[in-house]
Unconditional design. Structure first.
Length: 248
C-alpha cells in the first residue's frame, strides 16, 4: 500500500463519511475505490465495514457533544437489526451482489420519493408507554439483513423506515440511524474478518477519512436541520441510483 493509495482512501473516506451520516450512499464510492486498489468484491465489502464502524462511532460522539442522543431507544432499535446483520454477512461472503445493486437503484428512487410524502395514516405511529408500532420491528430486521449483506445505501433505508414508522424528524432520525449502524456493523465485521474478507491496512486508512467525514456530517445535520438533510439526501440518492444503473 503506497502513500498515494492512503491519500486516495482518506479523501474518498471523508466524502463518504459525510454522506453516510447526513444521508447515505457513501459506500457506493468507497467500494469502487477499494476494488480499484486491487480488492475483490467480498474483500472490499468486508474492508468497508471498518470505515463504516469508525464513522459511526465519531458521528455518535458528535451528536452527543451537541446534546442530541437517546441511547436507550437507539440501543433497542439497534438490537433488532443484529440477527439480520449476521445472516446477511454470512450470505454476502458466498454470493454475487450484481443483481442486488440493480434492484437497489429502483429502491433508492422510491425512498427519495417517500421522504417527501407525508406518512400514510395507516402507518402513523401509535405509542403506548413509548413502544413504537409493531411494523417497525420486522422492517428493522430486514434492513439489518440487507446492511449485513451489502451495506450500500442502507442509511437511506433506515432513514425512510424511522421517518415513516417512528418519528417525522430527520435530525433525530439521523441520530438513531448512526447508532444503529454502529452497533450492527460489529457482528457483520466479525463475520467478514473471521472468513478472511478484511484488509485491515486499507480499512484503517479509509476509516480515518470516514471518521472525519462522519464527525463533520453529524454537526452539519444538527446545525442545518431538516432542510439541509432533505436536500443532500435527495441529491445523494439520485447520484447513487445513476451510478448503480451504470450512467457514469
Amino acid at each position: 500500500m503506497s502513500l498515494f493509495d492512503i491519500l486516495i482512501l482518506f479523501v474518498v473516506g471523508v466524502a463518504a463519511g459525510f454522506l453516510n451520516v447526513i444521508a447515505g450512499g457513501g459506500s457506493v464510492f468507497t467500494l469502487p475505490a477499494l476494488i480499484f486498489l486491487g480488492l475483490d468484491s467480498s474483500l472490499a465489502n468486508g474492508t468497508n465495514r471498518i470505515a463504516v464502524f469508525a464513522q459511526s462511532v465519531f458521528a455518535v460522539a458528535s451528536f452527543k457533544r451537541k446534546k442530541l442522543h437517546q441511547f436507550k431507544l437507539s440501543s433497542t432499535l439497534a438490537l433488532l437489526t443484529l440477527p439480520g446483520a449476521v445472516a446477511g454477512a454470512l450470505i454476502a461472503i458466498r454470493v454475487s451482489d450484481a443483481l442486488f445493486q440493480r434492484i437497489l437503484g429502483v429502491v433508492m428512487i422510491l425512498v427519495v420519493i417517500s421522504l417527501f410524502l407525508p406518512p400514510p395514516s395507516s402507518l402513523k405511529i401509535s405509542r403506548k408507554n413509548g413502544i413504537p408500532s409493531w411494523l417497525l420491528y420486522p422492517v428493522l430486521v430486514g434492513i439489518g439483513f440487507y446492511g449485513g449483506f451489502l451495506q450500500v445505501g442502507v442509511g437511506f433505508l433506515f432513514m425512510a423506515a424511522l421517518y415513516h414508522l417512528l418519528l417525522p424528524d430527520l435530525v433525530k432520525v439521523n441520530m438513531h440511524k448512526v447508532f444503529i449502524i454502529m452497533l450492527y456493523t460489529v457482528p457483520a465485521l466479525i463475520v467478514f474478518a473471521l472468513t478472511g474478507n478484511v484488509d485491515w491496512k486499507l480499512g484503517i486508512a479509509l476509516g480515518a477519512g470516514n471518521s472525519l467525514g462522519g464527525w463533520w456530517g453529524a454537526r452539519v445535520s444538527v446545525v442545518g436541520g431538516e432542510k439541509v438533510i432533505r436536500t443532500i439526501l435527495a441529491l445523494s440518492i439520485i447520484i447513487m441510483a445513476l451510478k448503480l444503473f451504470g450512467a457514469y
